[in-house]
Ligand binder design. Structure first.
Ligand code: TYD
Ligand code: MG
Length: 458
């Protein structure tokens, strides 16, 4: 019998080392290496490597792609429209989906609701390592789900979970959460990178081998990644993140990776008395409530996934007592904000080097596209000068380093959305302005440079 092959894996960053050492050479943390079996002792059998996709029974061979039977992947609609949209048209059988998000955002609630709506049509199993079965059952009845078809298992050892799953043959397994799992093969503590990684690898093999869909709940670390730095993201088929303000009832589910659908697709939910409710037409929910013109606020039309959304960007610019004034961006890319502020100084004539600058996207959602550049600078300029943008004005556009405004995709669709919601003026890059005016009474102001945009806006 061949000796088991082991590696030493850092619990902090997941780096592998061939020998134990006191300090991780990759991240510099002390005393974080744990022993990790990468190939079990039964090395003669190649079974783990052969765990291919469901249906792949023959030994792998080189095949011309033209001869590969294509058949579309089998899917089931979950019955929750916004979740199906983010998954790319329903749950793919045999796929592994990781659902991440801050504690208390609603991950367990969403997955339990999904199990509830699917329960009538297929066999599901809710594996809990965080809450007791009594808590899960209590929540299910509060959510108004039919309890009869729902099955639960309170277990954290991945080998025993798989034994139960192999016997009960569910079509859907929900594991809440992946951080509580541990494998008998490893000595490391539950929640450590090696345990999380090994447990996930086993669940992935199980999903692919049996065609069972597996949903894993993962907690987000302070740095914003799912604990078990990045390693999990590579192992699973889809990664969905739950976002939202603690203070707001709206929640956004975003596909961050999806092997079976588009990424950056958004699903919007509202948390209420009876769990998460879909918001199928979310366009205007990310606007602040203002009764009159407000300095430091600008409204943009962002296009996330396949839907345009109206989003309010707020800025607060205030004299700073610090030698290095503060730059805080919530819902935006921090380094890009620093670049935009430099462009504002050079090409817009507004200096903020002695000011603290705070920027926030209302509703706790993240805007990842460059169309947010112009609204950010309008909001900053507005706060700095304490002058409000006129009411009913939207803006979008990418700002270049030389102060030019670049067009963004789907300009017409964004303008139509703003017109539908009663906006009266739009400041947009020239190339995004429609050739003929057909947006009702909305006035469209095409601009080529940042200074023109500022003059047009104020
Ligand atoms: P939960 O799904 O437990 O969050 P996570 O699994 O992501 O940690 O949801 C937590 C919050 O949602 C909790 O603070 C209570 C709230 N909530 C409601 O407002 N209404 C409900 O019907 C439910 C079930 C939860
Ligand atoms: Mg939970």
């Amino acid at each position: 019998m061949a000796k088991a092959k082991t590696a030493y894996v850092c619990n902090q960053c997941g780096a592998e080392h061939t020998r134990w050492q006191g300090q991780c050479a990759a991240c510099g943390a002390w005393d974080t290496l744990g022993e990790f079996i990468i190939e079990p002792a039964r090395a003669a059998s190649s079974a783990p490597k052969r765990a291919g996709y469901a249906g792949q029974v023959d030994a792998p061979r080189i095949t011309p792609l033209a001869e590969v039977a294509q058949g579309f992947e089998a899917r089931s609609l979950t019955g929750i429209g916004e979740l199906d949209r983010v998954l790319g048209g329903g749950m793919v059988h045999g796929s592994v989906v990781l659902v991440g998000g801050d504690p208390g955002i609603g991950k367990s609630t969403l997955l339990l609701q999904m199990l509830g709506t699917l329960g009538a049509r297929l066999q599901g199993l809710y594996v809990t390592g965080e809450e007791s079965l009594a808590q899960i059952a209590g929540r299910a009845s509060r959510l108004g789900l039919a309890l009869e078809p729902l099955k639960g298992l309170a277990e954290t050892c991945v080998e025993r979970i798989l034994e139960h799953a192999q016997a009960a043959r569910p079509q859907l397994v929900i594991v809440d959460s992946v951080q509580t799992l541990w494998s008998e093969q490893l000595a490391a503590a539950p929640g450590s990178v090696s345990q999380v990684r090994e447990s996930t690898a086993r669940l992935v093999r199980f999903a692919k081998g049996t065609g069972t869909s597996v949903f894993l709940v993962g907690h987000v670390t302070k740095e914003g990644g799912i604990a078990g730095p990045r390693v999990l993201e590579h192992m699973v088929d889809a990664v969905l993140y739950f976002e939202g303000d603690a203070g707001s009832r709206f929640r956004v589910l975003r596909a961050f990776k999806n092997r079976f659908g588009a990424v950056n697709e958004l699903g919007v939910f509202a948390m209420g008395e009876r769990g998460l409710r879909e918001v199928p037409n979310p366009s205007a929910i990310f606007l602040g409530a203002h009764n009159g013109p407000t300095p430091g606020s600008a409204v943009m039309v962002t296009r996330e996934g396949t839907r345009p959304l109206l989003v309010e960007v707020q800025a607060l610019v205030d004299a700073s007592p610090l030698a290095n004034p503060r730059r805080v961006a919530l819902g935006l890319d921090g380094p890009r904000m620093a670049m935009l502020l430099a462009v504002l100084h050079r090409h817009g004539g507004s200096a903020v080097y002695d000011q603290d600058v705070f920027i926030n996207v209302v509703g706790g959602i993240r805007v990842q596209e460059t169309a947010v550049d112009l609204p950010v600078l309008l909001a900053v300029h507005s706060s700095l000068r304490d002058k409000a943008l006129p009411m009913k004005t939207v803006a979008f556009g990418e700002v270049g380093l030389s102060g030019e405004l670049r067009p963004v995709p789907n300009g017409e669709e964004r303008l139509r959305e703003a017109a539908t919601h009663g906006f009266e003026r739009a400041i947009v890059p020239r190339a995004n302005a429609p050739k003929k005016a057909h947006h009702g009474s909305m006035e469209i102001i095409p601009v080529e440079r940042l200074d023109q945009a500022l003059t047009a806006a104020f």
